[in-house]
Design a protein around this ligand. Structure first.
Ligand SMILES: Nc1ncnc2c1ncn2[C@@H]1O[C@H](COP(=O)(O)OP(=O)(O)OP(=O)(O)O)[C@@H](O)[C@H]1O
Ligand SMILES: [Mg+2]
Length: 257
């Protein structure tokens, strides 16, 4: 808990007393932290989105011309060129989606999160030979109002990270429960954990410790959860695992246009 203690002299008749005020500033501190994280994201995001937009257009044109050439001349390199261009365009599209979510005009709908989580886990079937997935889904009737695809992608990114953090055998537990107007989701893995000094980097665009990572996964997660009026708390122990605890207001209107 964060507290602010303020002392002030207080004269009462002939006596001078000291008035002590003890304020719980936990909520204020958390709000400040969230705000500065959101500002950081929006400044870097806007710059990145501008660049992504400028680079994507010429790449799309190049791809079109390569495909035209491919019709006239045959060469095995063309397929590789088109594939690599597709990868680059996909990365830029991902970047644009998280940095400029207003490009996405998906409507807000009422969503039951448990079936969404179920279908996501199903997507990772072939990765689950060595990893035991436990689902603790309570209060399944509760709904949130939000953008299904954005949320789906955010949960996908969290599960992907959790599975990637596990070397060999391990466990992933996903919890869903409702308390006081808020839906809680926990993604708890038994993976490698996150070093203390990297914790504050989580969610920063392009921060990645993986050879093939884009570092955009958690940026998408943080942006989406904040847009839905939610918050994220991460706890981790090296060598033991990491928990991402999401809190989403049950009936919040998403701010992504
Ligand atoms: N569950 C987790 N356990 C351990 N480390 C994690 C976990 N989730 C995220 N991280 C750390 O945070 C970094 C950033 O994650 P993020 O999802 O943004 O990018 P990435 O996973 O590296 O790349 P991409 O999502 O594009 O594959 C990761 O590289 C990893 O170091
Ligand atoms: Mg990731």
């Amino acid at each position: 808990m964060d507290v602010v203690i303020a002392a002030a002299p207080y004269v009462m008749g002939h006596e001078t007393l000291i008035q002590l005020r003890v304020l719980d500033s936990t909520t204020r501190k958390a709000a400040e932290k969230r705000l500065s994280a959101a500002e950081k994201l929006s400044a870097i995001g806007q710059m990145a989105a501008g660049i992504a937009h400028e680079v994507r257009n010429p790449l799309t044109t190049v791809k079109g011309f390569v495909q035209l050439l491919q019709k006239q001349v045959s060469h095995s390199y063309f397929d590789i060129i088109v594939e690599e261009l597709d990868n680059a365009i996909k990365t830029l599209n991902n970047l644009l989606q998280v940095a400029k979510p207003d490009l996405d005009d998906e409507p807000s709908v009422s969503i039951h999160l448990c079936p969404e989580l179920d279908s996501l886990i199903f997507l990772f079937q072939e990765k689950l030979y060595n990893i035991k997935v436990t689902k603790v889904f309570l209060d399944q009737d509760k709904q949130i109002s939000g953008k299904k695809n954005l949320l789906f992608k955010a949960f996908f990114n969290l599960i992907k990270n959790a599975l990637e953090s596990i070397e060999g055998k391990g466990e992933l537990t996903i919890e869903h429960f409702y308390k006081d107007g808020v839906i809680h989701l926990k993604f708890k893995d038994s993976g490698v954990g996150i070093p203390e000094e990297q914790m504050k980097m989580l969610g920063t665009p392009f921060f990645s410790t993986k050879n093939d990572g884009t570092g955009m996964g958690l940026t998408q997660v943080f942006t989406t959860i904040h847009q839905h009026g939610g918050s994220i708390n991460v706890t981790s122990k090296l060598g033991q695992g990491t928990t991402f605890h999401l809190q989403l207001p049950a009936n919040h209107l998403c701010s992504a246009k």
